[in-house]
Design a protein around this ligand. Structure first.
Ligand SMILES: Cc1cc2nc3c(=O)[nH]c(=O)nc-3n(C[C@H](O)[C@H](O)[C@H](O)COP(=O)(O)O)c2cc1C
Length: 413
């Protein structure tokens, strides 16, 4: 009997995903000169497309080249040349795979070494104890900044559609800019964008409406939100339910539920408020609870690396199972499951005493696998975390220097 994970899913926009498995967004930090996709990114996505995953969601693509989550990130704005993006979409669409571009603005989660603009709803800086100085100091956004930001999301979505992507996913999770607006810990505004959840979600709703107005009705528009920030006084499951009930009216094709931020990396299974998450399918209980109010399909991501767990997630009423790490460790995991349903992907979690450093080392280890695939090599799941961390730091230093040249020429707003 074929597993239910291999059954198709029709989305509200009319598109049919070939199966229920999605590669969740993973920032590759592998852009070519000019912050555009190049041969290594194409190779990586071709690899995933051949591996049997039905939907590939790209790593976050920046809507503004002056605000980046990392120096090797891809930027797509209204001035971008479309050809490299067309090539990227083509590479990812082999094998009838669907590809969505994740669109993001980092807000205050910008490394100080990067430079550029550090914007946030309010001027609340990141608190990561002794590591806080690594991040830029945010400036509270003006009404004009907000309007420009909304336009940027709409411009990037239109360009993604023109390049051949099947959809976009608006990143409103993980403590980035839209998530900062959603959270009462980072949004202290006194205007109509702050205060009640209705006000805190206003930016997200305006972004969704602006994007929808630009693209065809058959183009998928998805949103990734936190089920909770996992910080005391932060955005919580009740807030998430309110946001979803409003999104029900907005032709949103899928909502991915995740959790956490740089301050509380729940998306890596570790929280700042001490709450424990399940060892596998971290956000499943939240997704079940929050998903009850949703009329669109729900996807949940976090900790899945076995077919039995993916099937369990679907059996709980969730429509799509997202995987990040597992597909970095084995890009052909879905196809491999067809031959061996007991196969599990390697879990590279680093557990050092310093939680922040452990999170960075885990990310470095995973990113190294993406780079290897981009170079045409197989992943090396047992690679050394220390070596991966050091080589990641060296790489980031070089890329930051390159990004500064780009930034110097980038048009100011
Ligand atoms: C290297 C790496 C990069 C990531 N980049 C992004 C990103 O760009 N956008 C995003 O929404 N999530 C990002 N994530 C989070 C994943 O989408 C996912 O939510 C998280 O890894 C938990 O799922 P997993 O246990 O299957 O990896 C990233 C995760 C990793 C490991």
């Amino acid at each position: 009997m074929t597993s239910p994970v291999f059954s198709p899913l029709v989305l509200p926009c009319g598109a049919t995903l070939p199966n229920r498995l999605a590669k969740a967004a993973m920032e590759e930090n592998m852009a070519d000169v000019g912050q555009v996709p190049g041969p290594t990114l194409l190779r990586l996505y071709k690899n995933w497309a051949e591996g049997g995953t039905g939907l590939l969601i790209t790593g976050n693509v920046m809507v503004d080249g002056r605000a980046m989550t990392g120096p090797g990130g891809v930027v797509l704005d209204k001035h971008s040349e479309i050809a490299p993006f067309r090539a990227w979409a083509n590479a990812a669409k082999q094998n009838d795979t669907h590809v969505w571009m994740q669109l993001n603005h980092p807000g205050r989660q910008v490394y100080a070494a990067m430079g550029g603009d550090v914007l946030s709803p309010s001027d609340v800086a990141i608190d990561l104890g002794k590591h806080s100085h690594l991040f830029g100091k945010p400036r509270a956004m003006t009404q004009q900044d907000i309007e420009q930001l909304i336009q940027r999301f709409a411009d990037s979505a239109l360009k993604a559609e023109q390049a051949g992507f099947d959809g976009v996913q608006i990143h409103a999770a993980h403590g980035y800019l839209i998530s900062q607006f959603l959270s009462p810990l980072t949004n202290k505004r006194k205007d109509e964008y702050g205060g009640s959840i209705e006000n805190r979600m206003r930016l997200l709703i305006e972004v969704i409406k602006a994007v929808r107005a630009q693209v065809a009705p058959t183009f998928a528009v998805a949103v990734k939100i936190n089920s909770a920030d996992f910080q005391r006084g932060g955005f919580d499951a009740d807030d998430a339910k309110v946001v979803i009930s409003v999104m029900n009216e907005l032709a949103v094709d899928l909502v991915e539920l995740s959790g956490g931020s740089y301050e509380s990396p729940a998306m890596q299974g570790s929280t700042a408020d001490g709450r424990t998450l399940q060892r596998e399918a971290y956000f499943l209980d939240f997704a079940k609870e929050i998903g009850q109010v949703a009329t669109m399909p729900i996807m949940t991501t976090g900790g899945v690396r076995r077919l039995a767990v993916a099937e369990y997630v679907l059996a709980q009423g969730i429509e799509v199972v997202g995987m990040g790490t597992a597909l970095a460790m084995n890009p052909s995991l879905p196809n491999d499951w067809k031959n061996d349903s007991t196969l599990s992907a390697h879990n590279p979690m680093v557990r050092w005493k310093d939680k922040t450093l452990s999170a960075v080392a885990t990310m470095a280890l995973i990113k190294r696998q993406l780079q290897r695939m981009g170079q045409g090599k197989y992943p090396k799941p047992n690679a050394s975390p220390i070596f991966s961390l050091i080589s990641d730091r060296i790489r980031i230093k070089k890329l930051t220097k390159r990004y500064h040249h780009y930034l110097n020429k980038y048009p100011t707003r």
